[in-house]
Write a protein that binds this ligand. Sequence first.
Ligand SMILES: *[C@@H]1O[C@H](CO)[C@@H](O)[C@H](O)[C@H]1NC(C)=O
Ligand SMILES: *[C@@H]1O[C@H](CO)[C@@H](O)[C@H](O)[C@H]1NC(C)=O
Ligand SMILES: *[C@@H]1O[C@H](CO)[C@@H](O)[C@H](O)[C@H]1NC(C)=O
Ligand SMILES: *[C@@H]1O[C@H](CO)[C@@H](O)[C@H](O)[C@H]1NC(C)=O
Length: 847
Amino acid sequence: MMLDWKKHGLFVCVLYMLLPLLCFCATFVPSDNYLIDCGSTTTTSVGNRNFSSDSFHKKLLSTQQEILASTSSKSVSDVGDESPLYQTARIFTGSSKYTFPINQKGRHWIRFYFFPFIYDRYNLNAAKFSVATQTFVLLSGFTAQKSPVMKEYSINVNTDTLVITFKPSDDSVAFVNAIEVVSVPDELIADEAPTLSPVSTFSGLGFQALETVWRVNMGGPVVTSGEDPLYRTWISDQKYLLESSLANDVSNLVGVDFADGGPTENIAPRSVYGTVAEMNTNTSGGDANLNFNVTWQFDTEPGFQYLVRTHFCDIVSKGLNTLYFNVYIDSLTVVKDLDLASKSSNVLSVPYYQDSVTPLADGNKLRVSIGPSPLSKDSPNAILNGLEILKMNNSIGSLSADAASGAGGTTSGSSSSKVGVIAGVSVGVVSVLVLAGVCCVLCRKKKRLARQRQSKTWIPLSVNDATSHTMGSKYSNGTTISAASNFEYRVPFAEVQEGTNNFDESWVIGVGGFGKVYKGELRDGRKVAVKRGNPRSQQGIAEFRTEIEMLSQFRHRHLVSLIGYCDENNEMILIYEYMEKGTLKGHLYGLGLPSLSWKERLDICIGSARGLHYLHTGYAKAVIHRDVKSANILLDENLMAKVADFGLSKTGPELDQTHVSTAVKGSFGYLDPEYFRRQQLTEKSDVYSFGVVLFEVLCARPVIDPSLPREMVNLAEWAMKYQKKGQLEQIIDTALQGKIKADSLRKFAETAEKCLADYGVDRPSMGDVLWNLEYALQLQEAVVQGDPEENSTNMIGELSPQVNNFNQDANVSSSASAVPFEASTVDDLSGVSMSRVFSQLVKSEGR
Ligand SMILES: *[C@@H]1O[C@H](CO)[C@@H](O)[C@H](O)[C@H]1NC(C)=O
Ligand SMILES: *[C@@H]1O[C@H](CO)[C@@H](O)[C@H](O)[C@H]1NC(C)=O
Ligand SMILES: *[C@@H]1O[C@H](CO)[C@@H](O)[C@H](O)[C@H]1NC(C)=O
Ligand SMILES: *[C@@H]1O[C@H](CO)[C@@H](O)[C@H](O)[C@H]1NC(C)=O
């Protein structure tokens, strides 16, 4: 049945009005559906959806000041159903976050509504800010234009909460008018798509953060959110045609056949598939030799790849196998001689769509063209019904060009600092809030504890004396920061009991001051490590809480992840991912495990350096681990390193200098002498400890071994002595002797030496350490061109592109041995020997 809009206008009109009733019967019901009207005091209806005020969801929001702004501006009255959302906004003077518990992991829409207006003393037109989730930067250095704008993202959330952080740029404020966090049907984004150049396949699309930059209905009017089952808006294509006279619009809504097996209305609604732009075959005045392209042009940002989805539905052909056409993006061919009928078992007007991943854009325009194929000799034509252009996150997990410029950086300084900023945006505030939140809790314990108990937020165990905690107590200034932890994954005690065979002693895989670590299995079959705190340990409470706060807020492939916790019956139980191969320390000495090759050791050092680098720079304020040691570097079944044990972590140094107690903590033998002397904590203290780990890796012996002759007891001192004499090869692990290339050893040893500099300022940053270790690996693996004596600055320039790729796998090689994570039931030798003297300095291993 062919209907032409012009001829059957009225009929189609009526049908069109009925269609929403017809086609929304199999509506997708999102399991997460947060619709928040920010700064509003009432619920706002938008079409058939209700946006509730964020004042009703106090638990979701963590901000310092409550600033609810509103406007009566007329500019928001003509943007359709959504206009009421733009009438109110919430203003953030400091970093603030919304935390959404996630019912069902998977892809979610995140939509932000922005409209800047002047409220009180805040001119939102000048507001400049960043927005990030735990893993992705969505906006950075963003300033809203004068008109209302909606920004749409879709992100695969695989954590139990989605935390969205708004962070004002210096001296500015952040704001938002409304937020949506809504589940996306799984079918929407496949995991693979063809790439255009080189022609290949892009896998892992499922994990890309996507920003909708253009969503266009070809040959038809705007499709508003109310007409789309997933509340997407499709704009009209007219403005984007390079030569509008070349295109002809056709509309046939009822002709669209949503057949079984084809795309559903969740891919694109009938109002998109039912209108089409085709070649205007009437233009050339009867010229039979119709050979031209219809082209649309869109603004895009350079430095990103785009996922481009073209939608087709043949509502124009009179019969099968008459329409063959080509589709191009810029000068690249998306598909040649496309025969839609062949895609739908010879049924005309079944929808079809084609995804393509573009190469990294270097211009700021993207063109999509359709043109005839020589196969359709008689009636050349080409069609396009809809188009989506989705920006993909770059290699540093950002969708913002501001942040992107750091990725291609060629100089180490700028790239590392930018990376820091970017990563900082994503998690920065969180740590401050965490700290502040903890302090709040400590400070106003009674009242807050009572209140939070009602509000179901996680609360730590009973807190006794605030001064006994390392987190300090004076930070709270009466602002309205809510309890910090929104990590919801609480595991019932019964499940933990079951999963560890009721804390079977033979399942113990480690013992430390905090308590015992058991191997276990959750009901869903996941293998876990269960750390059960000793309930009598008061210090344990603070560390227990710190660890949950820290680990639930950030994720990195080189940081061990927390899976859940249990605080029922005064228990302090932390549940981690199970690290099959145990500690780095266990592989170096003491347990008789087969020794690691030099490359394996380098990979492990590089991986842990990445994890620490992320801790130091991934937040606005550095997070200092404070207990870096080989027993806290764990290895998975592929020997990939992950840094563990955040019980002592803290943010610093600013907060530290002013408010937080500086009681010296850490493990003897790894302790930064400067920190010890001046009690001043910086990330360079971690660098020092990491330097000790590097020597440990090289020499495969305990950092403190009192059974050795006096000058050998302390590994750091002993190794530095040999390093200064240039005789380090005399003391390296015998298993490595003759296996390390001289250049690689030299680079590695120099790096370790620099880490152990007496003063923090003389030590390299973790980023520099990382580069140098990468370089040591390159020197080991290949013949490196150029002067081997080149200094580290040159070298960093050379390596930065690759090092910038934060998520790059450390290229681990798997070990031939399959040694399980074995019990190390004896405390660190250093712990044993020093505990009498420095009991509070020592943290035993295995926790
Ligand atoms: C939205 O709110 C209105 C008024 O409170 C109510 O009648 C309606 O059922 C709500 N709609 C939805 C989808 O919840
Ligand atoms: C083609 O162009 C001619 C002259 O401009 C016009 O009269 C005719 O209606 C057009 N045909 C179609 C199908 O648009
Ligand atoms: C259509 O565009 C493609 C890609 O830019 C180009 O290769 C082709 O020659 C164009 N066809 C015509 C007829 O201009
Ligand atoms: C996007 O981010 C993910 C996770 O951070 C990363 O694995 C992926 O490679 C990034 N995409 C691109 C195109 O770099």
